[in-house]
Ligand binder design. Structure first.
Ligand code: PRP
Ligand code: URA
Length: 206
């Protein structure tokens, strides 16, 4: 798996600091996840396939582009939902599927509870989840999505831990990970350090 990490971008550093701050209220937390998702979407669409079109400006004819097809967005419930609006703002015609996976708090193993996506065969599929910790949830989701034979798979995260990246490098060499930052490590309970706490709880104020 190839990892693209944008942590040297000043605006990303400022927004990640807001997310990390335990005093940031849920409304600003969710808004900041949205803003970082806009930025991640900008980075991930850099090389998206386009068709050439002709455009007439008020002054001249020129060449332009339109997107050839839009990726299918798959947020992992719950916290991935917080990233959907940012991606849809820039890719308004992108279809959205949903996969429900949650970690068992004791074993840290993924528990699967929901799957509903459009047909994935031969499509570009982007999996959205702000937190990549042990990598168990994303590994499970990618394995499940691969059964439906997508053309390419990308994962998009806000904070990734080295442990999760290592697992995905071992098991999903064909996937590209876009992340705004890579943190230090996991604590004994599988939380990312320094991290931001529980992303789902902070987005949804639970
Ligand atoms: C969080 C997060 C990821 C997962 C990452 O979800 O959104 O899906 O943990 O951890 P992992 O890499 O160790 O699998 P959580 O299980 O807390 O569910 P929630 O979004 O419903 O709160
Ligand atoms: N899931 C989260 O929401 N936060 C972590 O630090 C790890 C997993």
């Amino acid at each position: 798996m190839k990892t693209l990490n944008y942590s040297d971008h000043t605006l990303i550093q400022q927004k990640i600091s807001l997310l990390r701050d335990k005093k940031t209220p849920p409304s600003l937390f969710a808004r900041t996840i949205y803003e970082l998702s806009l930025m991640l979407c900008t980075f991930a669409t850099y090389d998206i396939a386009v068709k050439s079109v002709s455009v007439t400006t008020p002054l001249a004819k020129t060449k332009g582009v339109r997107l050839e097809s839009q990726p299918i967005l798959i947020p992992i419930l719950r916290a991935g939902l917080g990233m959907v609006e940012g991606f849809q703002t820039l890719l308004p015609d992108a279809p959205v599927g949903h996969v429900g996976v949650e970690r068992d708090h004791k074993t840290l193993k993924p528990r699967f509870y929901y799957y509903k996506t459009p047909p994935l065969k031969s499509r570009d599929v982007w999996v959205l989840d702000p937190m990549l910790a042990t990598g168990g949830s994303l590994d499970f989701t990618l394995t499940k999505l691969k059964e439906h034979k997508p053309q390419t798979l990308r994962a998009l995260s806000i904070i990734a831990a080295p442990e999760g990246i290592k697992l995905l490098e071992k098991k999903h060499g064909d996937v590209v990970l876009y992340t705004t930052v890579v943190d230090k490590k996991l604590n004994q309970k599988g939380y990312i350090l320094p991290g931001l706490g529980d992303a789902g709880d902070r987005i949804f104020n639970t």
